[in-house]
Write a protein that binds this ligand. Sequence first.
Ligand SMILES: [Zn+2]
Length: 60
Amino acid sequence: MGMIKKEEIRGRQDAEGKIVCADCMEDDDWKDVREADLFTDDHVEKSDDLFFCDLCGNQL
Ligand SMILES: [Zn+2]
């Protein structure tokens, strides 16, 4: 697994498929995370889709 800077992380997908933005992620969300679950700057900017946090509704 490569290294990802925390400030490049915009959010993650949880086990239920919900999207949680970095602001809404709690300590456990940061610890228990796989690279494949993360949304990074790169991922969001290269995607044609828009991603929204399921908790606060903000765009990632
Ligand atoms: Zn949020």
